[in-house]
Design a protein around this ligand. Structure first.
Ligand code: MRU
Length: 355
């Protein structure tokens, strides 16, 4: 069983139903977002998380925003509400570029629609926003499957694969990015073992990746983050595959904090490090990873483990949620279009200009 992270229920007056990822793996609970504010909180508090899933949800967040309009409102007012909602939702989290990509895509498509239909009514505008959000969702689903298929050569029979954080179905509208390779390999009858880093501080690896892979019947072993190097030393890891939140024009890739350390360990042990991500995760407006904004999260995530406080009162805390793996340490980036081996600016640009 592969989880369906999100689903839009109904028409333009509908709502977004999400798996509440804060409560996994002990509780499988659905959350209904019926206004933009609820969706903003769901993104900020990681009820929905993972770059592609954040982008798809944000598209539907704009459908929720348009529900505030009255049928007789002017087109100009409709576009103003849309633009304000784009800004609002864009302020929920800073690193995953899919969020801004999806919001801008809806904004641009609606502005084009309005420019071509000066007498369009508010219900027509609402329908157009829903159609674009649905298109983003559907495309994400297709991209995930193609990423999985395109990366098959990197999953060898009998291999050990390490992954960090969660780049599975829970992080997308489809079957994931990094985990999509594993779901496809499993479907193809390959035998392999996955090591899931627990991913402190919020344990996406333990709570989500281990849960998803187990549900799918894939051989998964959970490890603490600080065990990865030792596993590599023992020859248990033949490849590292992770997702990404934003990939710069030169191939540098931001992903969950700890990914950078894994890339250095992989380099040291001669283990190939792969990134699996859709083209919506590339940000060609920035030259390198040093320009990627890194989200800083609350100190509470570090000072406690679950409900239990594990740090002294008033200790200083540093809690960056992401880090950047350098292109030179990435053996290949797998997208829905194919594979970029040893990524650099020229190869990334060529890859993204081909359809
Ligand atoms: O803070 P999160 O849980 O949203 O971070 C998610 C990740 O870092 C994922 O690896 C990334 O978004 C890729 S998801 C296909």
């Amino acid at each position: 069983m592969i989880a369906q992270t999100l689903k839009w229920i109904g028409g333009t007056d509908g709502f977004l139903k999400l798996i509440d990822q804060r409560r996994l793996p002990t509780e499988f609970v659905k959350l209904e977002c019926r206004d933009t504010e609820q969706l903003f909180v769901a993104i900020k508090t990681l009820a929905v998380r993972g770059a592609p899933a954040i982008g798809v949800s944000a598209g539907y967040g704009l459908v929720l925003a348009m529900q505030k309009l009255q049928p007789g409102d002017s087109l100009e007012h409709g576009l103003k509400v849309l633009a304000e909602s784009v800004e609002y939702l864009a302020s929920s989290r800073p690193t995953a570029v899919n969020l801004f990509w999806a919001l801008e895509r809806v904004r641009r498509s609606i502005e084009t629609f309005a420019a071509a239909n000066a007498d369009a009514t508010i219900p027509a505008l609402q329908e157009a926003v829903l159609a674009e959000a649905n298109a983003i969702c559907k495309e994400d689903e297709d991209m995930c499957r193609r990423i999985g298929q395109n990366g098959q050569k990197f999953i060898k029979d009998g291999s050990g694969i390490l992954t960090h954080c969660n780049a599975g179905a829970l992080a997308t509208a489809g079957q994931g990015t990094a985990l999509s390779l594993m779901f496809e390999a499993h479907k193809n009858g390959k035998k392999f073992k996955v090591y899931a880093d627990e991913t402190r501080p919020l344990l996406q690896g333990a709570r989500l990746t281990a849960w998803e892979l187990k549900e799918a019947g894939i051989d998964v072993t959970l490890i603490c983050d600080n065990m990865a190097g030792w596993l590599m030393k023992q020859g248990k890891v033949n490849a590292v595959i992770t997702g990404a939140d934003r990939i710069a024009a030169n191939g540098d890739a931001a992903n969950k904090i700890g990914t950078y350390s894994v890339s250095i360990l992989a380099r040291e042990h001669g283990v190939p490090f792969y990134i699996a991500a859709p083209s919506s995760t590339f940000d060609l407006s920035i030259k390198s990873g040093s320009e990627i904004p890194i989200e800083q999260r609350s100190a509470d995530e570090v000072t406690s483990f679950g409900e239990r406080r594990t740090a002294p009162e008033d200790v200083d805390i540093y809690n960056p949620a992401f880090d950047v793996t350098e292109a030179k340490d990435i053996a290949a980036i797998i997208t829905e279009r194919g594979v970029i081996e040893k990524p650099n600016t020229e190869k990334v640009s060529k890859h993204l200009s081909t359809l």
